[in-house]
Structure formats: C-alpha cells, structure tokens
Design a protein around this ligand. Sequence first.
Ligand SMILES: C[S@@+](CC[C@H](N)C(=O)[O-])C[C@H]1O[C@@H](n2cnc3c(N)ncnc32)[C@H](O)[C@@H]1O
Length: 243
Amino acid sequence: MSEPLSGSFFDAWDTYQKVVAGDYMFHREIGVEMNRVLRARFDARSFSFLDLGCGDAAALAPLLEGLPIQRYKGVDLSETALALAAENLKALPCPVELTHAHILAGLTGDVFYDVIYSSFALHHLPTAQKAEFFQRAAQRLHKGGLLLLVDVLREEDETLEVYHKRYCGWLRSNFSALNGDEKDLICDHIDNDLPEPRSVLEAQAQAAGPGITLHSARYGWHWLLCFTPAQNDDAGAGGTISE
Ligand SMILES: C[S@@+](CC[C@H](N)C(=O)[O-])C[C@H]1O[C@@H](n2cnc3c(N)ncnc32)[C@H](O)[C@@H]1O
C-alpha cells in the first residue's frame, strides 16, 4: 500500500489547524451531528472507538468528552499527527492506542469495535481500496455498532477534474485565514484527492454489509454518513475482543 501523504501536506499541521479553526470543512457542524448520533446510540452503554486517519484528533477529542468511551485506537500514516494526537487525547478517561499504519491495516486482526470512524481520510484511497475498507469495517464491527464516515464527496454528475477545480476555486474565495502560499499548498494536495459520489460509497457499503444508512448530513461537499450493519449477528456479539 502506498503512503501518499506521509511527509507531505499533513506534516504541515499548522495549515490544517487553521482550516479546522476556521471551520472551513465544517468540523464543528459535523461534530454536533456526530455527538448526537453517539449519544443516541451509546448513552447507556460504553463503546470502543477506532479512528482511521485520526490526524491530530483535535476536532474529535472534545466530541468524546462525557461519553462512556471504553477504549480508543487511532491509526495514521503521519508520525507528526500521531504525536499531536497523543497530546490532544490525554483527557480521555480510557486507554488510548496510537498506531502508525495505513487505514486498511488498521482493519486487520481479530479486534472488534462499537464505532469505526474515519474523518476526511477515506478520499485518499483509490476506489477499489474504499470497497476493501467497507468490507473490512463490516467484519470488525460489533453487533449494533456504527460506521461513521466523514468525508468530501463529489456530486453524482461531477468528474474528479471538475470537483478539483470547483473545490479549489471555493477555498480560494472562502478560506480567508490562509495566505496565498497556504492556499496553493492545499490546492496542490487536493489535486490528489479521490472523492467518490455518494452512490458509489453507498453501493460499496451495501455490498460489504454495513448496509443501512442511519443518518446523513451534508455541508457543501462535506458529508457525515452513518452506517450500521444490516445483520451482523456477528462473531463480535459472542467471542468478541474489545481489548
Ligand atoms: C485531512 S486529515 C484528517 C484528520 C482528522 N481525521 C480530521 O478529521 O481532522 C487526513 C489524515 O488522514 C491521514 N491519512 C491519509 N491517508 C492515509 C492512509 N492511507 N492511512 C492512514 N492515514 C492516512 C493523513 O496522514 C491525515 O492525518
């Protein structure tokens, strides 16, 4: 598997931190929705949480506050991001494990999770690897678990080329806290992004098992999709390993 971003844009965390602080990718709004979904599902029981492409976990950490999280594992290809995540997740009242690995490698082994989450990372994978992601995630979810996917999606009739052009045009007009060099850096990075239309991800999820879309919210190209397995009378319900 390639390591497309290691040592590149996402080691320039100060630029990404400005993007998050400016809420240009709607982390705040998506976080409110996600917190609502997690509270509705896990208010009365504790849950394990796998975060694939966790980055510095800065936007996620406050969302988990006050929730009955039992265990957190973060996976990322950037060592810089993982070091920042270790700091940002210090206040979590549960064991925290951070692993330097590819998203798909984070879905191997025999450990099950109540929540598998990936935020603004899946669009780095080619289409076939996204299908693999859904298949592996379906196998690693506990019964009643959730697959929470936050990502950029392109419109059904939008080619990748048109998407790249429109997104860069939009960010150049809207990401006002960033200077020209920072905008250039992000646009160069976005040229490698591979967002899918929603229908592709839903078809992959259906084929793999997570099946039902419980909830979705969108802010321009930025989406939250919540999947739950249609029938996982799983291995995960009986001989489960939650660590
Ligand atoms: C835009 S950042 C998102 C960080 C955080 N999840 C968020 O929502 O703010 C994308 C992250 O995915 C990581 N990443 C990209 N491709 C990856 C891969 N194939 N395996 C693991 N991590 C990956 C990058 O290193 C980066 O930390």
